[in-house]
Structure formats: structure tokens, C-alpha cells
Design a protein around this ligand. Structure first.
Ligand SMILES: Cc1ncc(COP(=O)(O)O)c(C=O)c1O
Length: 384
């Protein structure tokens, strides 16, 4: 028997009590029973996003929320600045181009971020910019963008700031209202501890004003319609009912733990993971101290002479531990250790020991057991 552990940076493990909720007989979505679920979810999502703004739940994966953040606030030929240093930043640019938006892409190499100062310069040169799109945690590289500084720059302009927080919100510190974020996106299969299929999008008053003027085509992802429905505790279309119910259960677990504790848990485990891999001679992304790593995953560089594609498959097939490989230009060059959502201090030990077994088998020479020991030391120092 091979016991399985899902440690990718999404989808992430689902707690047993949440799984059981989805096993109950299906209910209809136009019923008082389901209206109550929507209302509770809405209030709990506002808590997670730290906002008084509406938070819409869409039946789609995260990319649907990304697309909605373009089509609902912009009009054809509008100018948008996209900060991109990885696959998901590039996706924002691709969606914008698909909708005939005039895109200015500020690109940084994979493993880096785009600094607020660069954005400030670009905004000064392009005062007619309508929106700035950025990642918070760029899942393809394990880098965290400095959203607070970026938001300070955008705040004093006409543009709205759209933040893809899909692999960050609910795990890393995020204060939508205090930081002046206009549009924030999140996804169910990440910190929210439920399967893929729901995405979340919240928007500020500044964004709402742009929404009222937006003329890009939209139908399924129509946030005006969804907002009106939400005010009646319902949804525009048939929602993924079982996922809404699972979300209700997961959000209550998150509320019970509390945002501060959730953030601290992710930060501690991330630190343990980073120090652990470095203790056996591995390097991580980002490579420079001026760029911060994400606390929800660790992108580890494949050591020279090792077949990078084999690390995730060996960990999964022989040791039952699913992680993620590199994407696009980083394919075979990094592997990504997820530590996100329903992920406790003992999970990182399981993940690291499977990584060590795989690396040893593939011929990497290191002090066997040291990464596990290092992670234990970090955890011990923080907990005692
Ligand atoms: C930061 C980020 N943005 C966007 C997406 C796309 O979301 P989805 O795959 O749910 O459509 C992901 C998914 O991995 C992500 O991590």
C-alpha cells in the first residue's frame, strides 16, 4: 500500500470534515438552506480578504477570475500595465491581449519580481493607464511580490490595481482595504482547502466605478449580475453547490484558527522548508535577498547533473508524495515544494524526507537526513 500526500502548490489537501460535507445528499441552490450558505460564505470571505467590499464567488478555476478582472473593468483599447516575472503574470498579459487591451508588460526574469519604483516610472510615462495587473505569490517561481509598496504607487493614480492572490490569499498576510487593493482574486484549491472549481473576486469602490463604464464583452463572468445576485444571497447561474458547501465548512475552520495564526503557520513552515533545503546544499528561488520568497511554496533549483524531471515523479510514484515540477522555461530546472492550506508542521517533514530519498536515488550527494533535522530545529525553536 502506498499512502498518498498531496503537497503541490494547488490543488492542496482537503480536511476530512470538509470531504464529508461533500458526501451529503445534494440540495437545490434556490432554497433557504443554500441562501444561508451563500450569506455565511460571503461574510467569512470578507474576513479572509480583510475587506468590506463585495466578494463574489464564481464557479470556475482561478483563470476565470483573472479573465473576469479584465472584462469587467476595462474597455477595448484601454491601456494596462502588467507586471510579469513568471507564467501567471504572463497569463494576465495574454488575457488582456485576447480582449484587445493595449498592454505594457514590465517583465523581470523568472525568479525575480517587479519593483514598485519601476511601476511608478511606467505610470508617470503612461498617465492614461487604466489598470495595473500583478501577482502576489507567483506560483511558477515561488516569488512574493511586494504588494504593499505596489499598492502605494497605484493608489495615487487613476488606475486600479488588480492583484492575483490565487496562491497567497488565506495563507499570507493580505489586507485588501488597508493596503488599498482595488481588485483581488483567489482560488478554492489553494489556501481555501477545498477542490478546484471556485474562484473569488472582490472589488473596491474605485473599481466599481470603472465596472459601470466597462464595455468589453462579457456574459458568464458578469460581476454586475453576480453582485446583484449576491445581494439576494444567490448566484447568477447554477453554482457548484457541493463546493459552496465544502467552502462553508473550510471557511469556518479558517475562522476558528484565525488569520493571524494561519499566516504564522505558513510563515514558519516556509522558513523551515527553505532552511532545510539550503542545509543540504540546494538553492532556492528567488536568488537575491532583495526579492522575497512566497510562504506557500518553495521553488528549489535542480542540482547540476540530476535529472530534474525525475524528482517529482519519483517522489510521487515511489514515495506517494505529490509535489510540482517547473513550468515553461523552468521545466526540469526547478521543483516546487508546496506547503499551503491544510498543511501542518509534520507535513513538511514527510515532504522533505521523500525529497531526500528521491535525490539520493538520483545520485545527489548530501548529508543524508540533514534537511529533515534542520526543519525540525526551526520548528522546535519557534514552538518551544
Ligand atoms: C498565482 C496563480 N494564478 C493563477 C492560477 C490559475 O488558476 P487555475 O489553474 O485555477 O485556473 C494559478 C494556479 O495555479 C496560480 O497559482
Amino acid at each position: 500500500m502506498l499512502k498518498h500526500f498531496l503537497y503541490s502548490p494547488g490543488p492542496t489537501p482537503v480536511p476530512e470534515e470538509v470531504l464529508l460535507e461533500m458526501a451529503n445528499p445534494l440540495i437545490h441552490h434556490r432554497t433557504p438552506q443554500f441562501f444561508k450558505i451563500i450569506q455565511e460564505n460571503f461574510e467569512l470571505l470578507q474576513y479572509i480578504f480583510q475587506t468590506k467590499n463585495p466578494v463574489i464567488t464564481i464557479t470556475s478555476s482561478g483563470t476565470g477570475a483573472m479573465e473576469a478582472s479584465v472584462t469587467n473593468f476595462l474597455s477595448p483599447k484601454d491601456k494596462a500595465i502588467v507586471l510579469s516575472a513568471g507564467k501567471f503574470g504572463e497569463r494576465f498579459a495574454e488575457i488582456c491581449r485576447a480582449y484587445n487591451i493595449n498592454v505594457i508588460e514590465i517583465k523581470a526574469p523568472y525568479g525575480m519580481d517587479v519593483k514598485a519604483e519601476e511601476l511608478e516610472k511606467a505610470l508617470k510615462q503612461n498617465p492614461d493607464t487604466k489598470a495595473v495587473f500583478t501577482e502576489y505569490s507567483e506560483t511558477s517561481t515561488g516569488v512574493a511580490f511586494d504588494i504593499k509598496s505596489i499598492a502605494k504607487v497605484v493608489k495615487n493614480t487613476e488606475a486600479i490595481l488588480v492583484v492575483d492572490g490565487i496562491s497567497a490569499i488565506g495563507a499570507m498576510e493580505f489586507k485588501m482595504d488597508e493596503w488599498a487593493i482595488d481588485v483581488a482574486l483567489a482560488g478554492s484549491q489553494k489556501a481555501f482547502m477545498i477542490p478546484p472549481g471556485l474562484s473569488f473576486i472582490s472589488f473596491s469602490e474605485k473599481a466599481k466605478k470603472m465596472m459601470e463604464k466597462s464595455t468589453l464583452p462579457k456574459y458568464y463572468f458578469n460581476l454586475t449580475k453576480e453582485k446583484e445576485s449576491l445581494e439576494k444571497n444567490t448566484t447568477a447561474w447554477t453554482p457548484a453547490i457541493s463546493l459552496f458547501i465544502a467552502l462553508n465548512s473550510a471557511l469556518k475552520l479558517m475562522k476558528k484558527e484565525g488569520l493571524e495564526s494561519i499566516t504564522k503557520r505558513h510563515a514558519l513552515i516556509a522558513e523551515a522548508c527553505r532552511k532545510a533545503v539550503q542545509s543540504i546544499g540546494l538553492s532556492i528561488l528567488p536568488v537575491v535577498p532583495a526579492v522575497k520568497p512566497s510562504d506557500t511554496l518553495t521553488a528549489v533549483k535542480v542540482p547540476a547533473g540530476i535529472d530534474g524531471l525525475k524528482i517529482p515523479s519519483l517522489m510521487r510514484d515511489k514515495y506517494g508524495v505529490t509535489i510540482a515540477g517547473g513550468q515553461e522555461s523552468l521545466k526540469g530546472k526547478i521543483f516546487r515544494l508546496g506547503h499551503l492550506g491544510y498543511f501542518g508542521i509534520s507535513d513538511i517533514i514527510i515532504e522533505l524526507q521523500a525529497m531526500e530519498l528521491a535525490l539520493k536515488e538520483l545520485g545527489y550527494k548530501f548529508d543524508y537526513g540533514k534537511s529533515v533535522f534542520t526543519a525540525q530545529k526551526v520548528i522546535e525553536e519557534h514552538l518551544l
